[in-house]
Design a protein around this ligand. Structure first.
Ligand SMILES: C[S@@+](CC[C@H](N)C(=O)[O-])C[C@H]1O[C@@H](n2cnc3c(N)ncnc32)[C@H](O)[C@@H]1O
Length: 244
């Protein structure tokens, strides 16, 4: 599989954290899990979801995987003209040089970039598809700055597909303060609760439907937004398109 490894500007704190968490040992175990996950239905559903997003294009696509890790989802892409994988962890990127089902990607030019998805500068309108699985509203905040960056990288008619952790995931600890805030946000008119809601999603470290709609409004039109469950979390899953 042809790959081209590029380096990036200095990382911010989220990326530094990821680079030290995803060290060589962790990356090796993560890559082994890529093989085991093929038997897990929620994983296969995600691969199929990603493939169907690609099917919405009527041309070969240039795709960017934000936080690509070991390249777990590379082989789910279809109609691929070129692929860029960005990740903060050099160890994860080393594994991504031989991702699962590498043979299916043999004809695709792949560029692996070590960098911080919150800082890296791609030229405007570089990609037809920007996708991110298991990263945004999970390891880094999904916030207005990130939405603006993705919008700039997309070509007209391009799509942003991503997963999040939902604030109502059973994996999120339910403190008394969180229970009270959730009840207030559910009962009061939204116009009264933007600050409370922002606290519930911890500024984008979790994301629910309201947070996603607010962030994307005026930038990208939502094509689909739904919840799904993995073995660990309740997630959100969204596809949004940039106007042609
Ligand atoms: C849970 S893994 C998901 C990897 C891959 N998307 C998948 O689904 O298998 C999270 C990945 O995000 C990367 N990451 C976290 N913060 C990042 C940042 N600020 N910039 C770039 N990559 C980051 C980590 O290094 C790690 O590879």
């Amino acid at each position: 599989m042809p790959t081209d490894m590029a380096a990036d500007s200095p990382n911010g704190r989220w990326a530094d954290r990821a680079a030290s968490l995803y060290d060589a040992d962790y990356a090796r175990r993560y890559r082994s899990r890529d093989d085991e996950l093929q038997a897990v239905q929620s994983h296969r559903d995600l691969l199929e979801w990603l493939g169907k997003v690609c099917d919405r294009f009527d041309r070969p696509i240039a795709a960017l995987d934000l936080g690509c890790g070991t390249g777990r989802y590379f082989w789910g892409l279809r109609h691929l003209g070129a692929l860029t994988g960005l990740d903060a962890s050099p160890a994860m990127l080393d594994e991504a040089r031989q991702p699962i089902h590498a043979e299916r990607l043999a004809a695709v030019p792949i560029t692996l970039v070590q960098g911080d998805l919150m800082r890296h500068a791609f030229p405007p309108e570089s990609f037809d598809l920007v996708y991110s699985i298991g990263v945004l509203a999970e390891h880094v905040p999904l916030d207005a700055a990130l939405a603006g960056r993705v919008h700039a990288w997309l070509r007209p008619g391009g799509r942003f597909a991503f997963t999040t952790v939902h604030p109502r995931s059973p994996s999120v600890p339910v403190t008394l303060a969180r229970r009270v805030a959730t009840a207030a946000v559910d009962r009061l008119p939204p116009v009264l609760t933007p600050a409370l809601h922002r606290r519930l999603v911890v500024g984008g470290l979790y994301a629910d439907e309201r947070w996603i709609r607010t962030l994307l409004a005026g930038r990208l039109a939502i094509e689909s937004l739904e919840r799904f469950r993995s073995d660990v979390h309740l997630h959100g899953r969204c596809v949004a398109v940039k106007a042609s």
